[in-house]
Ligand binder design. Structure first.
Ligand code: BDP
Length: 733
């Protein structure tokens, strides 16, 4: 029997239950944990979706290969999500609104259109408004499955970024052949310099279990044209080359293959000794070459499209050919010879510095490799970091770019932010990449940009022309739900891929695309977020290492400032070696009066860096040691200018927080809150960087701060006492 009271109770319980269910539902619907990256196919505004739907009534494509299947799945998923309804699958094109997708060979309808695909190469595509028997259609065409896949992703991008679909005539092809992510992932699941959780390769469960996440990794990469992945750390574990681990790598390769991505491995040069039981790893010893040949043959049995090897040799204690009195060219060429019959390549790193402390570490790679120009086989490419030291917040371009015309050179950028605030600092690297790529080496006169060295166009048609071109980014990917440790770090993966495809693309335009795809097209958010991103790297340079300072981070973990550190055993791993500050002045003299590292650049570039009247402020203390009262272009003293730069960096972070706060309500709660919290961490750490640096340099020069500038919050001793034994990315290996 029900009483009014029990009925009321029941009704109340029901209401509670319903609202709890609704809350769960709402949370699920709104959950934005960042997993989708920029492939976030959420419904577009109704009017826009309706307009687009008229263009994609029917999807006409055959899916006869795994790659074509992947393309069709992506289109159905993307269009279904963005437009609320996927197009019907058909092959009629007998009314307006067909999307014709494929290679000319795969579809008679496409072949009949007679589109000119000659300039597209293997990986390019065209997206074109066409007529099929009088009906309006859109064709997405490539010469290979992967070209078509790239075209499909580009088409989805058009919708995601709210572009018109009328009169389409887009033709695009990659300018760089090998567009690589280098994973510094260890076999124990840790990631060297990784700030986004454990490795996405679950080596332990592979090959029996392959995480479906790897498919999403492949989709994300293919969407920006990345076509290679080095699976393991450059500080390589010999076990990667054993049969069980090769089987694991093969299982990953099987998932990546339909997306046009090849796998590569980092190898340890001493493997013939450690795995093969040989007495030597001397590259000129026939038994050593035979061991590698057998190993490479075995790899290709398991992974027929294996890409090749990445090698860190004779650097930071790693074994290499110099252990046997041989050169880097001897080592690289031996491996290249055994890979060549299979079409594999060797990416040989130029990041070398000896175990003996040098006069100027910045000079080492050039001194080592320049004399070897022209000595490498054609399937070797020398992998050069963007600057001569090590992925600093700012470095001048590496002097090897433009200095080895007879050697294929590739770029190595660091996408993970080892020196730029780990996961939490909002630092968009598109501007850093662009700054390096647009630097003029002057190797063949004005306009000899690093981008043109990388894409090979600088030497095209000359006696120096070489076949291989490549760009690598050290990945920032881990098993965190949002892949990169923060939403904004995703933009760095994205920007790297886009610039590897086209090294002359614009960092700003890429940022705008990323914001639209990641957060939406609302004009109230696009411009402010792009603005934050574009200023963010300069802010980090200012609060960490302004005016050409570099390597001021705490030794080892590289977390936080330690400009005072000059401790043993290696000065060149210590900040004081790089700042050379004392009571009289600051800066590393690499001018013609100092280490003469300037002379490694082409004469007009060298002259500009050498000349105090011409060197840009941003490189000043990289190349010159100057007194604290040196007069800057601004009219201020060097000391005042330095202090103002540190302060400006902190102010810029404060301004980013204000901008971000103004976006509350326009961004989903999860990603909004996480970014807010990270910006607060960034502001605290920017202040720490500024204060610790000013406190230390002031302890040397005893100078007052410019008027109105706040002193450091704590005495120097406080900053020097800080230590962080569990800083990520370092102690795990
Ligand atoms: C440095 C990293 C170190 C790497 C090395 C490299 O601190 O972890 O092993 O570069 O690139 O940036 O080999």
């Amino acid at each position: 029997m029900t009483t009014p009271r029990s009925r009321a109770l029941l009704a109340r319980l029901l209401t509670l239950l319903l609202s709890a269910l609704a809350a769960v539902g709402a949370r699920t619907a709104r959950a934005e944990d960042g997993y989708e990256l920029w492939l976030r196919y959420h419904p577009l505004p109704a009017a826009q979706a309706a307009a687009y739907r008229a263009h994609v009534v029917e999807l006409a494509m055959s899916a006869g290969t795994p790659a074509a299947q992947a393309t069709r799945d992506e289109l159905l998923r993307g269009l279904g999500g963005l437009l609320g309804a996927a197009p019907r699958i058909g092959s009629q094109a007998d009314q307006d609104g067909a999307l014709l997708v494929g290679t000319p060979d795969s579809s008679p309808q496409l072949a009949r259109l007679g589109l000119d695909t000659r300039a597209l190469g293997r990986e390019g595509y065209l997206i074109s408004s066409v007529k099929v028997d009088g009906h309006a259609a859109i064709a997405i065409v490539g010469n290979s499955d992967v070209g078509v896949l790239y075209g499909a992703f580009r088409f989805l991008r058009l919708l995601q970024t709210a572009q018109p679909l009328d009169h389409l005539d887009i033709r695009d092809a990659p300018r760089v052949q090998l567009r690589m992510l280098d994973h510094w992932d260890n076999l124990d699941g840790s990631v060297e310099r990784g700030y986004a959780g454990a490795s996405i390769w679950d080596w332990w469960k592979l090959p029996g279990y392959v995480d479906p996440r790897i498919t999403d990794y492949a989709r994300a990469n293919a969407s920006i044209g990345i076509n290679g992945a080095v699976l393991n750390n450059v500080n390589a574990d010999k076990l990667s080359l054993t049969t069980p681990y090769l089987a694991k790598a093969a299982a990953i390769a099987d998932v990546l293959r339909p997306y046009g991505i090849r796998v590569y491995l980092s190898v340890r040069f001493s493997s013939p000794i450690e795995l093969g039981g040989l007495k030597t790893a001397d590259p000129l010893d026939p038994a050593v070459a035979a061991w590698w040949r057998a190993k490479v043959d075995a790899i290709y049995k398991l992974i027929p499209d294996f890409g090749g090897f990445l090698v860190k040799a004779n650097s930071e204690g790693q074994p290499g050919p110099q252990d046997y009195g041989r050169s880097h060219a001897d080592g690289a060429n031996m491996l290249a010879a055994v890979l060549a019959p299979h079409g594999g390549v060797v990416m040989w790193r130029a990041f070398v510095y000896s175990n003996k402390q040098p006069d100027d570490r910045a000079r080492q790679a050039y001194d080592e490799f320049k004399p070897l120009d022209g000595r490498f086989r054609s399937n070797v490419i020398l992998q050069v970091k963007n600057g001569p030291i090590d992925f600093q917040p700012r470095e001048p371009f590496h002097p090897l770019f433009g200095a080895m015309p007879d050697t294929a050179l590739m770029m190595e950028f660091q996408v993970t932010k080892e020196y730029l605030g780990f996961a939490t600092h909002l630092v968009y690297l598109g501007t850093l990449f662009q700054e390096t790529l647009q630097s003029d080496t002057m190797a063949r006169g004005k306009g000899s940009t690093v981008a043109r060295v990388i894409d090979g166009s600088l030497y095209a048609g000359t006696a120096h022309a070489h076949r291989l071109t490549a760009m690598a980014g050290v990945a920032n990917i881990g098993s965190d739900r949002d892949w990169c440790g923060s939403t904004f770090n995703q933009a760095n993966w994205y920007a790297f891929g886009r610039l590897a495809w086209n090294p002359d693309d614009s960092a700003r335009a890429i940022a705008a695309d990323w914001v639209r795809m990641t957060f939406g097209n609302d004009p109230a958010i696009v411009a402010p977020i792009v603005g934050m991103m574009m200023g963010s790297r300069e802010a980090a340079v200012d609060y960490m290492t302004p005016l050409g300072l570099h390597h001021q981070m705490h030794e080892g973990d590289h977390y936080g400032p330690a400009p005072w550190d000059a401790s043993e055993p290696r000065a060149d791993w210590r900040p004081a070696y790089y700042n050379r500050a004392d009571k009289d002045g600051i800066g590393f003299d690499r001018s013609s009066h100092g280490s003469d590292a300037v002379a490694q650049y082409a004469p007009p570039v060298a002259a500009g860096f050498d000349d105090l009247a011409r060197i840009p402020d941003r490189y000043l203390l990289w190349f010159h040691h100057l007194p604290w009262d040196y007069r800057m272009r601004s009219g201020r003293t060097l000391w005042d200018e330095l202090v103002l730069h540190y302060s400006h960096g902190v102010d810029a972070v404060a301004a980013m927080r204000v901008t971000w706060r103004s976006l509350a309500g326009h961004i989903d709660t999860e990603r909004y809150a996480k970014t807010s919290a990270f910006l607060a961490i960034q502001q605290r750490e920017a202040q720490w960087w500024r204060d610790a640096s000013i406190a230390y340099f002031q302890s040397l020069n005893g100078l007052p701060l410019p008027a109105g500038i706040a002193p450091p919050a704590h005495p120097l001793k406080y900053y020097q006492s800080l230590s962080f034994p569990f800083a990520p990315g370092y102690n795990s290996w």
